[in-house]
Design a protein. Structure first.
Length: 191
C-alpha cells in the first residue's frame, strides 16, 4: 500500500526534531565549534531559506537571563534593550555581507563555476592586543570575548579571499553568542 500522505508529516516531524536537537546541543568552545555553529548560517543563505537563516542567526543571541544575571536588575534591562538593537544590526550586517559576495565575484571575474566557501578562524591575542572594556555595574565575571574572522573564498583557491570581517563572540550556555563588532562590546557599538 502506497502512503505518500503519511510519509510527508513523518519526515517533517523528523526534520523538525533534528533541527531542534541541533539547536539544543552544546557547541564546543573551540574555533572548530565556532565554524560548526556559523557555517550552517551561510548554507541557509545560499539555499535562500530565510526561515532557517533567521533561526540559525538567532542561535547567536545572548540568552535574556544573562543580562540580569551578569549586570543585575538595575542595569540588566537597559543593557538587554541595547543588545537587542545591536543584535538586530548584527543580523542585518551578516545578511548584507553574504549578499555582497556575488558582486565581489563579478568584480574579480571569478569563474561562475567556482563555488563559494565560508571559513572562520580565531583572531588571536597576538594579532590584536586591544581588549573589551568592562561596563559599570557588573555583578558577575564576563566570559572572555573571542574575536573570529569570517573569510569568504571562491574555490578552487586560485581566487584567494573574496571578503572578510571580524566579529566578537562570547561562549554562553553551550553556544557562541554575538558580543560586538571587532573589539567593541555591544554596549560600546553604534553610530
Amino acid at each position: 500500500m502506497n502512503r505518500p500522505g503519511l510519509l510527508l508529516p513523518v519526515l517533517s516531524m523528523s526534520l523538525c526534531a533534528a533541527v531542534f536537537s541541533w539547536a539544543q546541543a552544546s557547541i564546543p568552545n573551540t574555533p572548530q565549534g565556532f565554524q560548526l555553529q556559523f557555517h550552517p548560517v551561510f548554507e541557509s543563505f545560499q539555499r535562500h531559506d530565510d526561515r532557517e537563516l533567521a533561526s540559525r542567526l538567532d542561535l547567536f543571541a545572548i540568552p535574556p537571563h544573562w543580562f540580569n544575571d551578569t549586570f543585575g536588575a538595575e542595569h540588566g534591562p537597559a543593557l538587554a534593550s541595547q543588545y537587542s538593537s545591536e543584535f538586530a544590526a548584527f543580523k542585518r550586517r551578516i545578511i548584507a555581507d553574504f549578499g555582497s559576495i556575488d558582486s565581489v565575484r563579478t568584480q574579480l571575474q571569478v569563474d561562475p563555476a567556482a563555488s563559494t566557501e565560508v571559513r572562520t578562524r580565531r583572531w588571536t591575542a597576538t594579532e590584536d592586543t586591544t581588549s573589551m572594556q568592562r561596563p559599570s555595574g557588573l555583578k558577575a565575571t564576563l566570559p572572555p570575548a573571542q574575536k573570529f574572522a569570517i573569510d569568504v573564498f571562491a574555490t578552487p583557491g586560485q581566487y584567494g579571499r573574496l571578503t572578510s570581517w571580524i566579529e566578537s563572540f562570547v561562549y554562553i550556555d553551550g553556544a557562541f553568542r554575538y558580543f560586538g563588532k571587532q573589539n567593541r562590546p555591544f554596549w560600546k557599538t553604534g553610530p
